[in-house]
Design a protein around this ligand. Structure first.
Ligand code: ZN
Length: 505
């Protein structure tokens, strides 16, 4: 793109018919950018188009780890395109653009870029249909030397943050390009295939195989789209407000099964409480999947996925509160850039504090004060900046704990009424899209004029060192001031957070 502009300038200088040539050159098709330009993940996403829908139609054979089928992408171009990139690592057999074969280069540099050159350039603002056919063993595929796909004894899992899509479907892999999804996966009858949203139906097209068709009708980020294949106990219920509530428990949970169910089956109750704090639950379905195949939990849209180890120490409603709080903070309102991770983890952790107070354990004020008091000023904990932790420390404990204390510091500063008004307005105005910390700060300033909100968030999110004033203000209220004893729920919250650390590069 930049080269074309430079060429235009040169042409304008040397040619008498400068105006005419400039307009012709400016309209020339250019390659779409290979990235959205997120500094934390320089390869993530692409430029030149906006995806509205993914139709993922696959078959998976657990015995060989062979994944094959097609993904059909419906997109609109945002510039005239001579070629464009998708993020994908698997072997591609063909690419059609508007039903015409395109040339392509698939993961040639091992960086997960699928470069597609259509037979003819694409006009700006045009609807485009891209069909990518592929067949590969995802567990053998490395992108930038890294593997996200988890092969299990009886299936596989595609659950990770922030990079997982490229191991099972081609996409514009950045939260700024959300889309709706149909995920239809055929697997042997002995296992099930789980994903997000509603289970539209299961069908049997050939002997011994069942096709599971899932649909997400709300905008969904690519990394929050998941696939879990294996032996699971699947429970289909409805929430009190008549939404599908589908849970699944790995057949090998053993002793953890009871505690897992005692936690995840409470999801509708927990979401009902969270809705009183953040506003209406944003999606069309609820649920949860528990598996021994991963050691962390992730807030996959409508259906979080929990590593079974989160329930080894007993029931863990706090973990369920954390992952479901992300349905608002992270899923419905996704990060605009990955440096905005505080908007996800600070608030999901603070939701654990709110839940703790709701069930009569430690109050939010006590928990935030305990985090502050239990970390001495020289602890490296205070050197991590929740507002811009760096890609390597994106999931550092400080993003969660200092991040949650920062949320409470904001609450102390503006008072309960304005605090919950900020949260609910943020959700209502950003629903289905993305948000930046700067935008959140501006909203808080607008709702609480005259309060030093910007200065407070600067100290808590962007300044190394322990803030001089604690999360309950310079003089904490009496109950909070004596939080030198660990609040009852603190261990449970830490246990939940320990099971929320994601694998990432
Ligand atoms: Zn989280």
């Amino acid at each position: 793109m930049r080269k074309t502009v430079r060429g235009t300038t040169t042409a304008a200088l040397v040619c008498a018919a400068a105006t005419l040539l400039t307009s012709v050159a400016a309209a020339a098709p250019a390659p779409g950018a290979p990235s959205v330009g997120d500094p934390y993940y320089p390869n993530a996403g692409n430029g030149g188009y906006d995806v509205s829908h993914y139709d993922i139609r696959l078959s998976y054979q657990p015995t060989t780890d062979v994944l094959s089928g097609t993904t059909t992408i419906t997109a609109t171009t945002t510039q005239e395109l001579s070629r464009f990139n998708l993020d994908f690592g698997l072997k591609v057999s063909s690419v059609l653009v508007n039903n015409v074969a395109a040339t392509f280069s698939a993961n040639a540099a091992g960086d997960g870029e699928l470069v597609v050159t259509p037979a003819r350039p694409l006009a700006k603002g045009a609807q485009v249909t891209v069909v990518v056919a592929y067949n590969d063993r995802p567990s053998t595929v490395k992108i930038n030397g890294f593997t996200s796909w988890v092969k299990t004894a009886d299936g596989a899992l595609a659950v990770n943050e922030p990079e997982i899509a490229s191991w099972w479907y081609p996409s514009n892999d950045h939260p700024t390009d959300k889309a709706t999804f149909d995920v239809s996966v055929e697997v042997p009858d002995s296992v099930v295939a789980l994903s997000n949203g509603n289970l539209v139906r299961t069908t049997k097209n050939r002997t011994g195989w069942t096709r599971w068709w899932w649909r997400s009708t709300q905008p969904q980020a690519t990394y929050l789209t998941s696939l879990e294949i294996g032996k699971f106990e699947v429970n289909r219920q409805t929430t009190p407000d008549a939404k599908p509530f589908i849970t699944a428990y790995g057949a090998d949970l053993g002793d953890s099964l009871g505690a897992a169910k005692a936690s995840v089956e409470r999801t509708p109750e927990i979401n009902e409480f969270l809705a009183t704090q953040f506003g209406p639950y944003p999606f069309e379905a609820q649920g949860g999947v528990v598996t021994t195949a991963i050691g962390f939990a992730l807030e996959n849209q409508t259906r979080p996925v929990y590593g079974a180890r989160g329930f080894i120490g007993g029931s863990n409603a706090s973990l369920v509160a954390h992952e479901n709080a992300h349905q608002w903070f992270g899923d419905s309102v996704a990060v605009g850039r990955w440096s905005d991770i505080w908007l996800n983890e600070g608030f999901a952790t603070y939701a654990q504090y709110l839940w703790s107070e709701h069930v009569g354990e430690g109050t939010a004020a006590e928990l935030a004060q305990y985090v502050y008091d239990s970390k001495p000023a020289d602890d490296p904990f205070w050197q991590v900046l929740p507002g811009d932790p760096g890609a390597d420390r994106q999931f550092d404990a400080a993003v969660y704990d200092r991040g949650a204390a920062a949320v409470h510091a904001l609450r102390s500063q503006v008072g309960d009424d304005k605090f919950f008004q900020i949260l609910k307005t943020w959700q209502a105005t950003k629903k289905g899209g993305t948000g930046r910390i700067e935008e959140f700060t501006a909203l808080a300033e607008r709702i609480a004029p005259g309060r030093p909100v910007r200065q407070l968030l600067k100290v808590w999110l962007y300044t190394p060192g322990k803030p001089f004033a604690g999360p309950n203000g310079p003089t904490p209220p009496r109950a909070a001031a004596v939080a030198t004893a660990e609040p009852k729920s603190y261990k449970e919250i830490q246990r939940a957070l320990a099971n929320h650390a994601h694998d990432h590069k």
